[in-house]
Ligand binder design. Sequence first.
Ligand code: ZN
Length: 1138
Amino acid sequence: MTSASGNATGLEVLLSTLKSSHDVKSTLSILQILDELLSAGTVKRISYMISKGGSEALLHTLVNMTRIFPPNYYVLLLLMHLIVKVGQRDRKFGQKAQEIGAIDETLKLLQLSLPQPKYVTPCLWVLRIYASNAATGAALGKSGIMSLLFKLISPYTTRNTKAIRAATEALSALLKSKWNSRRALDNGYIQWLLQLYQDWHQRDTQNKYISIHKALLNCIRNITNTAMGKKAFLQADGMRVLLDTSRACGSTTDLQPIVKLATQIMRKCHPKQSLPLLTVSSYYSFVLPNTVDSQILDCPSTIPQEHVAVKENDGEEDEDNTVNEESGYNEDEDDLETDLSRLKPSPQLDRPVEELKQYERLCPELIGYFQRLVDEQNSGQESVPFPTFFATLGPQRHKTFREWREDVIEEVSPVPHNPLGSRGTRQVAFGWSDSEEESGSKLLIKSGCAPVQSSSQHLVRPSCGCTLNPSKHQIKKANRNRPRSGEDSPKLSTHFQEVWNIRGESVAGDKSIGFLSQSWTIGRDYRPQDTERKLSEMRREMIPFHDPYVYTIMAEKTQSVTDYQTLAFPDYWGHAALLCQEPMTGQWCGHQRDKIFEDIQRLVNPGDLLNKVVFDIESPSLVTSADDVSLKFNSNFESGNLRKAIQIRKYEYDLILNADVNTDLQHQWFYFKLSGMKAGIPYRLNIINCEKTNSQFNYGMQPVMYSVHEALCGRAHWVRVGSDIYYYKNHYCRQSAATRGQKETSYYTLTFTITFLHSKDVCYLAYHYPYTYSTLMTHLHLLQESLNSDQIYFRHQILCSTLGGNKCPVITVTANPGSHPEELHQFWNRQYVVLTARVHPGESNASWVMKGTLEFLMSDDAIARSLRDSYIFKIIPMLNPDGVINGCHRCSLSGEDLNRQWSEPNPDLHPTVYHTKGLLSYLRSIGKTPLVYCDYHGHSRKKNVFMYGCSLKETLWQARSSIDTTTLKEDIGYRTIPKVLDKISPAFAINHCCFLVQKSREATARVVVWREIGVLRSYTMESTYCGCDQGKYKGLQLGTRELEEMGAKFCAGLLKLKKDEWSCGNQLITEDDGLLDFDNELQNDRHVSHSDVFVDDEPPCPEEVDYYTDNSTEEDDDPIDLATELNVSSDDELEPRK
Ligand SMILES: [Zn+2]
């Protein structure tokens, strides 16, 4: 401290002496002292000197010294060296120089020094420092300095390169001013700069002067910051120049900064375009119930795209317009709730108690036992105290126990009583369907099998873009009392026959494929019946809880807005989890640039492109000829999403996704079929209308693919596929509904390359493992069929109908109580656990986690038994069936995010949320507030599985609230489950968990259930689409097996709560101790990260991506060291410095 203050005094004295000195000798000695002081070179010292008036002192000295004639370059060189060193750390340096009058003096000195290049260079660097300030730069520009600089910058030479670099750097700084930039454009300098750059690029073959290449590019970058500059750049064929030169750089390491800069310029100047669509709003719309006015339908985005002309930014310096697109997202601390009254659960019903009585029917387990007790009391059995909540229920409404038991078995029978539905129009989309129908038919005939004729009515709805040839392969109706899974029905057999024939035929010509030989061997003299039986047996063994036959029945009943007419083969046939986990891909270094160059090449050489639309839901009649070698696309099935496919080059396609129904947003989920491929050829697919600013696709995530060929060879798996996967901003944009008229929003491209194993295969590609509504209904049906009803109480009921007319299931699982009064008493004390999933339809991972939960709860596992004994599970496995069915990513048919409607759900618009909240409220009203509520989600920008919860204190701490938290009491029970899961579940990461309450999240399930229903342990559980970066699965992608495991582990984690709740003494506890091996460590309060204030669905990824934006980011230039700059190298003609 003492030395610092001592220095301060000394320094101040020194500086003030310097400032007033007109004497060369004393000036020189002070400058030498200062140089010595700063030679240690720490930025801190320079800043300190600036704070003590160092900049002013140096500038005054410059003025003083330049007035001495002839100039003493020995002093001046040292002075300018110090000016550059200090000036580049002083933001106001240019302004100070203007005030002190140093600018004019510097310009004079420059003029004077022109004959001697070695003195020109330092002057130029000093000017560059001045010009860092835009206002000073503009003032400098008016002095005519630019034309002088242009004269100094020459085509390639090995002479005076230091001065050339300094002049180019100075020019680049000057061009940051719009005024200067405009002058430069008026003088046609852009053309000239491009020529210079090209010249240096071509002739500097040894890359000795990369700094000059870079400085020239910086000039181009700055001059193209205006709309006028971009236009001039394009007119001067700048794209081609930069593309060709960048490509020529190859992967030479030294040149990468140049290529990066050139790429930024090209992307910035690439003209913005609208998507090749008439309108970006969803192709499908849904008329909402009358109760609502039509404004939602009157979505502004239905304005045809041409009316929303894309505007260039007008002359302004480009701003980063990537400010996140997520509505309501706010990462600020301001978003944290600090109102104490809103940070404490304050349960209140949002509707009259009478209205809640309707939910009594969803708790048949309570009603039944109530009646049973009445019966028992009447018959004089030992009395068991009545739970208080029964007082609210009218006993006359209750069924007798016997009726209730029957009800349990009969109430919901997912298989229809009538022969399958009335529609009967859907096909299983095998290899021959859709565009290949004709050839498929030929195959059938060739192989001696007549197409199955359908007797059912065929519905054609051209308005939805779905046409269907009704002649073949229709799912035949079947009797309800079909045999259980032991044996396939004759109709299903017909299916297999067809499958077999098709595959047998198409494979026959290609002996190398070795159909069937790899997984199950069949002799040459096999009979098709054997094959078919084996195929079906094998499938059943590999894929439990799935049945193609049941699936077709369920799919028939599913109502879609898209009115799909076919079944996707993977959903029909089933998916077997892979036995091994697939590694994350890592990053595909370097090739992203090549992809971007290919994109830019389209602009430079438009004639090379095919631009052939090969699929368009708006033109279903799009017919491709028989000899067409293009890929064929289709997404006319449940959860399918593809709007348009355009063949760009022979093996490259642009794909456009459809927006969520009734919106013009939410392009992320995709699921489509493709066929017509050739084996062994890399196909590049680009999804060009993604919206998120970043994606796990940049960090190791791959899409999934299902090959029909492979499935019929016994490998019925969705597998991760694709190489060269990149996600980056492209040149397509639109004006978003939210910011209409103000700003355009850019789209992003997801590009990947796929090489198919088999020619003429039929493959399905998806964003993530599909899990359709019909799959769920199939699963629930098969779970019920497998039920051991002596032990397990399982009830499948309907929560409500959705807007689209589908039934939203609610499942109850618990253990059947015995008949002993003590057991009944225990039954009353069981707490409720309420689980929901798939409110966001694109988050299919949530469904796989839920599948794991359901199967585990129904299993014979000891933990599962214990859980059923302890809890009553109410599960709503799909909160947004309509969204799932119609291939949406985020919304329901109302075009809204249902997870933002929990505060005030509308019974007509948000029925599933309204009634789920109703059920929760009902439970609360009868004194049965759930112990745990968890909503399963998927997360596209983070790895691992983690949870969001709600904590009063953590929120206040994070918000740095002044409220004294020591006096506040909070039950830290909300931490137990995450802690347990961190121990027992390999994919779970507690460090990613967060327990903050944000204002922007106050209408989500988690916050509303916590605040209004009063559930302390109310969570969102997020599962990655990608993989893990910690734990046992580090470096691996999550497959369905791991997702299902997560669902099972979540349940296992609940056992810990039971132990906590029922303290010692209960016999069950010692029993369970063996089941879950908990350490005492769990009791220790492990640190839970507070750092992550990004809560819920998909906050921006903190990781930065190369080419994340097309705007040139203003990187901090490397600090200039004039001493180095002035060092003489052999190729410079400067004389050695004294
Ligand atoms: Zn979600």
